[in-house]
Design a protein around this ligand. Sequence first.
Ligand code: ATP
Length: 271
Amino acid sequence: RSITRGITVELPKETWDDIGGLKELKKKLQQAVEWPIKHANAFARLGISPVRGVLLHGPPGCSKTTLAKAAAHAAQASFFSLSGAELYSKYVGEGESLLRRTFQKARLASPSIIFFDEADAIAPKRGDGGSGSNTKVGERLLSTLLTEMDGLELATGIVVLAATNRPQAIDPALMRPGRFDMVLYVPPPDSESRYEILKVHTRQMKLGEDVDLQSIAESTDLFTGADLKGLCREAGIIALREDRSASRILGRHFQTARDSLRPSLTISNIE
Ligand code: ATP
C-alpha cells in the first residue's frame, strides 16, 4: 500500500500579512517555527534546541489554522494536515497507520509542518470521556503520536502544530519537554484587531469613501475573524443585489450586513 494514501500535503499561500492583529503571537511563531527551519545551521551551531511542538488554543474561527499555514508559507515548508476527529473515526489501526505514514512522509518532504486540527480528539485525557473501545482508540492514537514526536528528536526541519478549542481536554503527557512545549492562546479579536482583519478582507474590494472600517470594528464585539470575513462578503453581495452594475460597496451595505449577522462568540467562549 502506498505510504501516501490518505495524506494531503500542500504549500500554503497564506502569509503573515493575511492575518489581522496578533502581532506578538506572529512574532513568537516566527521565532519558534520559521527560524529553526530557515536557520537550521545557526541553531545547530549555537546549540539551540528547537521547539518540537506548538499548541494553539482559542475559540473557533480566530485564525489558528491560518497561523499554521502562514508559518509553513514563511518557512517554505510542506504542510501536512490531519484532523484529530477524522483520525479518531477511522477503522481500528487505520488512524495510527495514517499518523505514522504522515510523519514518515513529512521527514521525506522536510522541511515540514504537521498540523493537527481538533487535537483534543486525538489526545484526550487518558481515562476521560468515551468508553470501552473508544477510549482504547484514543489511547492508541495518543501513544502513536507520542512515539512519533519523541522520534523527532533527531530529525531536523519538522515542527508539529496542533489546534484545539478545548485545551483543558488534552492529555498533559503532550506538554512534556520535546513535545508540545510551547502553548499559545489565540484570543478573539479586540476592536483594534477587528479593524486590521477588516482591512485584510477588504483589500481586494472596491469600497466607497464613506465606508468606515473603524466604526464597523467598534460595532462588532464578539465577532470572530471568520465572522468578519463573512461580513465583508455579505456587504459585497448586498451591493450587487441592489445594483448589478454597482462599482463600489458603500457604508450602508456594510451596515445592512452588520445588522443581519450575529457574532459566533458568546462571553462563555472566551477563556
Ligand atoms: P477552527 O477552530 O474553527 O478551525 P481557526 O481558529 O482555525 O478555526 P481559521 O480556519 O484559521 O480559524 O480561520 C477561519 C477564517 O477566518 C479564515 O478564512 C480566515 O481567513 C479568517 N480569519 C480568522 N481570523 C483572522 C484574522 N485574524 N485575520 C484575517 N482573517 C482571519
